[in-house]
Design a protein around this ligand. Structure first.
Ligand SMILES: Nc1nc2c(ncn2[C@@H]2O[C@H](COP(=O)(O)OP(=O)(O)OP(=O)(O)O)[C@@H](O)[C@H]2O)c(=O)[nH]1
Ligand SMILES: [Mg+2]
Length: 460
């Protein structure tokens, strides 16, 4: 028997027809498995303008469904936030002068101590105080961390109506017209300056003030430590009334949204061995370039979440991920109705988001794709509406100054009115940095997507 069977097997192995059939069957089975896997996998695409909070939403998913952040991420954010803290305080000093806000630290007769701290800070080159390799390399720092400073040394604010003129769906691909292949702006060669050049520029500008300074003993003449810089930032932040005024007007220039958090906690970020907490990482910012793919098991479903960089130069890459998307999660920064884009200071951020949402919602790619709209940064919005009239930027707005609810409804209606199809848009108000509230929002949203997906694939 055994002998007969093995002869049979040997015969089959020599039969080219049977062999090719077996290979075909194996391929077919594998395709079926892939198809089934694809069918079960939910693909969620995070879209929205730069800095709206997409990666922060992703971070919350990581905290909820992936056990949080690893050691390397915690070290990297510590360095990036430290660099941002230094640069952000320098920016406040420089912008105060541009806006004509008198700074206590510019006048040695008024406050000698602050004057010295200001000198010390401006003479410190951020890069000398950062562990560049932990932060992601100097190329990374050049591109991301020192980015805001570059603008102030090279570019004056352009007055504008704030309307994103000529924006349409083609903008998804055509916004890089002015840009080089590597995404840098060819109209602004100084944006490609090396870090040393940027720092030099900042320092030069910093020392070019109205008072002639003595070049004898000062804190800047001895070797500066990270603690010295942290102390200088802390003192300027707490005690210079001009810095406070300038910060209150930070919608008029580009400043990291979490700058106040960095300043409030600067002493811990000054520690070269500091390891970031979850909160630090949620408040920290590393601009996304390209599209990252992240897999999560949520309940019995497998989610693939795609996080795309939102700045204009990033959007040409979006189209590559438009196929097979289960739902689009569009993140809108509600609090940015009075701010201009980082990449084009003639364009109001809210207007840019409206145009972008319109282009995506009504594009052929997403004809049958559900949209979820996160009205994000609600914490900042609630605060801002009390002091910054929405009508100043949106003249047709009729609500009362300080009426957050009326403000939300107004913008919500604008976004809903863009819908040219019958597909529903699910709207949620969010504060992406708040883990407790995001836990509820994200579980409601993922449940809803799973249910919709099951219905669509005819399972329920
Ligand atoms: N206060 C507050 N800050 C937020 C909120 N959401 C995001 N942020 C902060 O906003 C900054 C930008 O957030 P990101 O998540 O990096 O923005 P993004 O949309 O991924 O930006 P790109 O990658 O450039 O497209 C970070 O410093 C976040 O901590 C929020 O709801 N409230
Ligand atoms: Mg991002």
């Amino acid at each position: 028997m055994g002998c007969t069977a093995s002869t049979q097997v040997a015969d089959d192995e020599n039969d080219p027809f049977l062999q090719s059939q077996r290979a075909n069957d194996a391929i077919e089975q594998s395709l079926q498995r892939e198809k089934q896997k694809d069918k079960n996998e939910i693909k969620l695409l995070l879209l929205g303008a730069g800095e709206s909070g997409k990666s922060t939403v992703l971070k919350q998913l990581k905290l909820l469904h992936q056990g949080g952040f690893n050691h390397q991420e915690r070290l990297q954010y510590a360095q990036v936030i430290w660099a941002d803290a230094i640069q952000s305080m320098k920016i406040l000093i420089i912008q105060a002068r541009k806006l004509g806000i008198p700074l206590d630290c510019d006048d040695p007769t008024k406050n000698k101590e602050l004057f010295e701290y200001r000198r010390l800070l401006l003479s410190a080159k951020a890069l000398d105080f950062i562990n560049a390799s932990v932060a992601g390399g100097s190329g990374f720092l050049n591109d991301y961390v020192l980015k805001y400073s570059e603008r102030y040394e090279t570019k004056r604010r352009i007055q504008s109506t704030g309307k994103a003129k000529g924006f349409d769906s083609t903008m998804l691909e055509s916004t890089t017209k002015k840009e080089n292949d590597d995404g840098t702006d060819s109209n602004q060669p100084l944006l490609n300056m090396s870090i040393n050049e940027i720092s030099k520029n900042l320092n030069d500008t910093g020392d070019d003030h109205m008072f002639v300074e003595k070049k004898n003993t000062s804190p800047t003449d001895k070797k500066i430590s990270r603690e010295d810089i942290a102390k200088a930032i802390q003192m300027l932040w707490k005690n210079d009334s001009g810095i406070k005024q300038c910060f209150a007007r930070s919608n008029e220039f580009q400043l990291e949204g979490s700058a106040s958090y960095y300043f409030d906690n600067v002493d811990k970020f000054a520690d070269p061995n500091y390891i970031c907490t979850d909160e630090d990482i949620l408040k920290g910012r590393i601009k996304t370039t390209g599209i990252t793919e992240n897999e999560f098991n949520i309940g019995s479903s497998k989610f693939k979440v795609l996080d795309a960089g939102g700045q204009r130069s990033e959007r040409k890459k979006w189209i590559h991920s438009f196929q097979g998307i289960t739902a689009v999660l569009f993140v809108l920064a509600m609090s940015e109705y009075d701010q201009m884009l980082f990449e084009d200071e003639r364009v109001n951020r809210m207007n840019e988001s409206i145009m972008l949402f319109d282009a995506l919602l009504n594009s052929k790619w997403f004809r049958d794709t559900p949209f979820i709209l996160f009205l994000n940064k609600m914490d900042l919005f609630d605060e801002k509406v009390k002091r910054m009239p929405i009508r100043k930027y949106f003249p047709e707005y009729q609500g009362r100054v300080g009426d957050s609810e009326a403000g939300v409804k107004y913008f919500e209606n604008i976004f809903l009115s863009l819908n040219k199809s019958n597909k529903p848009i699910y709207i949620r108000r969010t504060c992406a940095t708040d883990t407790q509230s995001m836990k509820f929002v994200l579980s409601a949203v993922t449940d809803m997507i799973v249910q919709q997906n099951l219905k669509k694939s005819g399972i329920i």
